[in-house]
Design a protein around this ligand. Structure first.
Ligand code: NAD
Length: 492
């Protein structure tokens, strides 16, 4: 079945086909067609025409919202099929994939409601003869480039607000996990998206992502992925001064004060870092623990980490799946080696699993390092894998300083029963999301995004819609008259 969708038609790509691999056992799930340079041109041209001449940007917002609601209904209908595909493609557990589909559905509904009520605003100029208003218009053709860890979820955070605002889009999912993005485009087609409004190109960053970023026909690039790619995209987009929104990595502190309930914090610290094998931008990979609690907490977390059940994401008994690829596991092994070489103390993991049925896949045991220093590579860089590093602190000021000592600023958490302290620390952390006595939840109505090198945009919430809008000021003078600024040559 063709896997590219351009101008309302499913089509074959002129690039080399690619095998999509199941990370559980390295088997081939499907071979997909990929785009060549001519497909990039055709998709941008289709989106351009649909934006410049087509009905979509001029369709009333309430009708665009109806389309998003139909997509949400179709997601509910196909939930199990989509969730299974996401698990096959990414390795994550089926429970997680089902949650992802529910969250994606909620995002479509949220932006449908928001767009239907988004009417710009009037500005008081103090002049009775002037009507000054700010109207919201779509940006244009948006390239949506997404990563492999939450393929469908990350795409929904872009495509739902982009369409709600009246843009047309060219989607470029990760070449590692493209399958559910194709499924979502099929649902958008079924829901009635007009030709050219939604296009999808499969292929890698070099041959499809980069040309989209440089293309003069593209008005905006919305990207989620790694720091180095984000930097390359910002540089490439500078040539055409297009709008760029980048959501990048994180090195997220999870700060624990000793007055927290022990069982609650052990349990949550494990989930924070080892969910989806640590391949989460907001993973709580840096555990920062008050001195008096440190030794007991490290011992218990290490003991429980050793007991995490790895396996096939489709097996309901599995607690964590594999890493996404052999190359990514090699990167994780390199981080483990560097941590040991720099003197971190291995408390758990640090090896591949021994079970015979896990040998074909890209598994790695949940790993815990204690006695970590801020200058270690494993602590400064985003590993994006199942590695927890532990640091210790004595005072609140020290905890805050450690939590902010990173180039990233995506998310962080503080655990304490002292609500005054919780608020102080939450306000002092320079991260886009801070959880107090929790780790990981988000809602469609609250903004998501990074400080510092974690990114420059915001997804979700009203700001997530504004990213895909131009805010135009219209000044209407209802009683025009000569201003008589220049008086020398003019009539008096
Ligand atoms: P990646 O940067 O390798 O790739 C992301 C996407 O960019 C892929 O579709 C890829 O093909 C494309 N790409 C690669 N080079 C490109 C180029 N030169 N021009 C245009 N596109 C290009 O990232 P990844 O490995 O797929 O994902 C993991 C990263 O994503 C992690 O750093 C993680 O923290 C980050 N992430 C961030 C968030 C967030 O909300 N901030 C969410 C999920 C993932």
């Amino acid at each position: 079945m063709p896997s590219l969708y351009i101008d309302g038609t499913w089509t074959s790509g002129s690039g080399d086909p690619a095998e999509v691999i199941n990370p559980f056992d390295a088997s081939v799930i499907e071979t997909v067609e990929q785009a060549g340079p001519d497909d990039v041109e055709r998709a941008v041209a289709a989106a351009r025409t649909a934006f410049d001449d087509g009905p979509w940007p001029r369709t009333p917002a309430a009708e665009r919202a109806d389309l998003l609601r139909r997509v949400a209904d179709l997601l509910v209908r196909d939930k199990e099929d989509i969730a299974r595909t996401e698990t096959l493609d990414t390795g994550k557990t089926l429970v997680e994939s089902r949650i992802d589909v529910d969250d994606v559905t909620a995002v479509f509904r949220y932006y449908a409601d928001l767009a239907a009520h988004d009417a710009g605003r009037l500005v008081d100029t103090g002049k009775p003869s002037v009507v000054s208003r700010v109207v919201h218009e779509p940006v244009g053709v948006c390239a949506l480039i997404t990563p492999w860890n939450y393929p469908l979820l990350q795409l929904s955070w872009k495509v739902a607000p982009a369409l709600a605002a009246g843009n047309t889009v060219v989607i470029k999912p990760s070449e590692v996990t493209p399958l559910t993005s194709v499924m979502l485009v099929r649902l958008l087609e079924e829901a009635g998206a007009p030709p050219g409004v939604v296009n999808i190109l499969l292929g890698d960053g070099r041959s499809v992502g980069a040309p989209l970023t440089e293309h003069p026909g593209v008005d905006m690039v919305s990207f989620t992925g790694g720091l180095a790619t984000g930097q390359a995209i910002m540089r490439a987009a500078a040539g055409t001064v297009k709008r760029v929104a980048v959501e990048l990595g994180g090195k997220n502190p999870n700060i624990v004060f000793a007055d927290t309930d022990f069982e609650t914090v052990v349990d949550n610290a494990l989930t924070a870092v080892f969910l989806h094998a640590g391949q989460v931008c907001s993973a709580g990979a840096r555990l920062i623990v008050e001195d008096s609690l440190h030794d007991d907490l490290v011992a218990e977390i290490g003991r429980r980490a050793e007991r995490i059940r790895l396996g096939n994401g489709l097996d309901e008994a599995t607690e964590s799946g594999p890493l996404v690829s052999a190359a990514h596991r090699a990167k994780i092994e390199d981080y483990v080696a560097s941590a040991q070489a720099e003197g971190a103390r291995l408390v758990a993991g640090g090896r591949r699993p021994e079970e015979p049925d896990l040998q074909k896949g890209f598994f790695y045991r949940p790993t815990v390092f204690a006695d970590c220093r801020r200058d270690m590579r494993v602590l400064r860089e985003e590993t994006f894998g199942p590695i927890l590093t532990v640091e210790r602190f004595t005072t609140e000021e020290e905890a805050i300083a450690l939590g902010n000592d990173t180039d990233y600023g995506l998310s962080g958490a503080v655990w304490t029963n002292d609500s005054g302290r919780a608020e102080r620390v939450a306000r002092a952390l320079r991260h886009g999301t801070v959880w107090i006595n929790d780790f990981g939840p988000y809602v469609p109505g609250a903004e998501w995004g990074g400080f510092k090198r974690s990114g420059n945009g915001r997804e979700l919430g009203p700001t997530g819609l504004a990213e895909y809008q131009e805010h135009k000021h219209i000044w209407h003078n209802t009683e025009p008259a000569p201003a008589r600024w220049f008086t020398s040559g003019g009539a008096r």
